[in-house]
Ligand binder design. Sequence first.
Ligand code: ADP
Ligand code: MG
Length: 588
Amino acid sequence: MSGNDVHVNSALEAANMLVHRWPVIVAATFSIVLFTGAILLRPIVIQRAIDDGLIGGDRQTLLIATIVFGALALSVYVFQAASTYTTAWLGQRFMRDLRVRLFSHYQRLSMSFFDRENSGRLVSRMTADMNALTDVLNNGFLIVIQSALILLGTVIIMFALSWQLSLVTLVIFPPLLIGTAMFRIYSARAYEVVRDRIADVLIHMQETFAGMRVVKAYGREPYNMERFGAINEDNFEANIRTVRISSMYIPLIEWLGGFGIGIILYFGGRWVIGDAVTVGTVAAFIFYLDFIFQPIQRLSQVYDMLQSALAALNKIFSLLAVEPELRDPERPLDLAGPRRGAIEFDRVTFGYDPGRPVLHEVSFQIEPGQRVALVGATGAGKSTIAKLALRFYDPTSGRILLDSRDLRDLRFADLRSVVTLVPQEGFLFSGTIRENILFGRPDASEEDVIRSCRVLGIHEFIQALPDGYDTAVSYRGSRLSAGEKQLVSLARAFLADPPVLILDEATSSLDPHTEALVEDAMARLYADRTTIVVAHRLSTAEHADRVLVIDDGRLVEDGHHRELVRREGAYAALYGKWAPEPASSDVA
Ligand SMILES: Nc1ncnc2c1ncn2[C@@H]1O[C@H](COP(=O)(O)OP(=O)(O)O)[C@@H](O)[C@H]1O
Ligand SMILES: [Mg+2]
């Protein structure tokens, strides 16, 4: 089945991530083998103590057996500690590496992936699925390996001690295995039903509380009581089922255990009398019987744990298998000479879903240093143009050129050092204001940071904050207003000093006063660089060198503000709507 292949692949991938830790794996294996070995040897020592010590009347042997027993107990202690620690260490390292791998993979993926995926699911790969793995890695593996070793070792030792007694003892094997497997299957199903029924009870209660006004107004209490009674009854039935299953299984195990001892006593006893086995062997067998029961029960317990861990592993590795849609070219071109910042769209057609284009054959050329305003109704495709210029996506057809180089031939790092985007919402990462500004150019000096803020006219504002540049902010930027956040993100862009700057409605969520401040700051940002401003107020367009009007994914007008107003086309219509009340109405 292909599902199983995926499981196998995920398991192999996981194993692949662990092989380089082989010294620890060897140490873990070594300590598990010694730990289980010491446990397995204990009944043998008891056998010797009985046969040679008690029955043979040899105090010396008894003393030695006691010392050996003590030594075994000590090694169980030491090697159990070592195996618990080393396996958990391996598990935690694995988890740490996997988290890093997943996180860096997330960052490599293209924007289109994040458009599709819901961020809650991406986070749950990191949390819930990782937790499912933790359980197994911390002790599940240890239980599996150790139980398997004990089971195997016990059977081998039993046969070595007395194959006849082994054969008769092992008749309990089939009922034990079948009973345990059936218990596992039935109880898993029963517990699933219980979970559903508990959810039903909760849903009904919540609904009743939420609708309490309606319940009271219509005197619905008796009906609700009746329904609750029925749901509660179902819940009771579901729980009783699990009780019934356990009450059959647990006594079965007890009974099988007793039955096993009975068999050993009966046949062992007869063979002791017939001198075929020793008393010590019979005693050892009774101990070994436990070594058959315990591992089987523990293995059945971790089975579910392993199942959910494998499912989690699968989800994680299938996510890791998603290839980034956009990557650095095989043979990248260098951006020649000084970076000038000429942008050209050459018959660019693009759709987030390639079947439904949102841009149609858009062509324009922007000279270095030009200040261009991009205007148009909401949904026209302005932000899409901005995102394409940063190569968040590739055009479906056509080309986008930066200084005559196709964006697809450039390294992402080179492109990013030339083109910067300031999005609509000023986004701050958790840290200090200084850190958030330095993000634009991490190697900038303190003077550079302050100079950027001075030029933008926000130095005084930042200094007035409780801790100045060291004021802590979070990604929600809780301590700063939307406008203040936007000012900080403009300072970040200014410090980065890119030849091409794209501002996507960077002022649309601001109050008029802050907006004036930001507009002012932006005017200083425009100097000496190519700027594309997605303008939400046409005052920006009035001051631009050139206005591009986008309508329904098409470039419909291109020219200077005055020229376009005179033309009485799409722009003039937009401007007409906007101009009467410039302070309050939106272009949209
Ligand atoms: N991530 C996305 N996935 C799918 N469709 C999108 C996405 N972003 C924008 N769109 C669609 O593309 C069109 C253009 O959107 P956009 O460029 O954001 O317009 P504008 O910035 O001019 O308001 C709209 O129809 C919008 O619904
Ligand atoms: Mg937009």
